[in-house]
Write a protein that binds this ligand. Sequence first.
Ligand code: ATP
Ligand code: MG
Length: 250
Amino acid sequence: MHINHIGIPSDHPRAKSIYIREMLVNGFRRGLVVPEGLIAHGRGEAYDYLIGERTTKTAQRAIEAAAAMMLLSNRPVISVNGNTAALCPNTVVELAKVTGAAIEVNIFYRTEEREKAIKAELELHGAKKVLGVGSQASARIPQLQSERRRVDPDGIYAADTVLVPLEDGDRTEALTKMNKTVITIDLNPLSRTSRAANITIVDNVVRAMPILVESTRKLRSTLSLKKITDNFDNSKNLHESLKIIKGEVQ
Ligand code: ATP
Ligand code: MG
């Protein structure tokens, strides 16, 4: 039996789930994640349980649409919060490289110290440039009150498409009002984020991100990207995820 470095036996039925928790706790200890982020993960976990802790065919369709949309965009940006930085810094950087997207730190509980810690984590995984830190985040999203309204004028503010994994509903709505195409990764198909986004990937960010990177690599030379995005219907896709949760379809 293989026991990994944090002492979880690989044949433990909840090994993957426990391992993801440990990544977050580790991120918390290193100043990337806030306690509230750990609780938000708990809400995600509950939905993950209900979809069977796998990437469903429905999620795969959303991933393909997201990949096509990122490739079609002129100024795509990946918005990174603490949980995302703790869970998948490597695939954030890979996705930025494949799609030419910018990376911007955007956190709900904003301190410059945490912004810098997230930036450093991304750089450690190969990011060349990380936007949105400190006074760089000098533009504002209209109508938002929280500190998350602060964005980088060269990043989210000027973007045509924003990938916002684990986003808050208010900000998703505000970004769509600014006419940005919003792609999210959210395990809860009922959240305001999921419903307000243009493309919602109902999957764990840990599983979805590597598949999204792979999908953009595959689609890079495709001419019919627009056909893929046009054929995608987000509310229909969310409805399918709910059916999976209710056990009506696989
Ligand atoms: P909303 O603000 O969109 O209505 P919310 O207030 O219920 O949603 P937030 O705390 O704002 O939730 O955002 C956290 C969201 O991220 C939750 O919907 C949760 O399901 C989701 N989530 C948490 N961890 C993960 C993960 N690892 N992968 C994917 N989604 C996750
Ligand atoms: Mg919220």
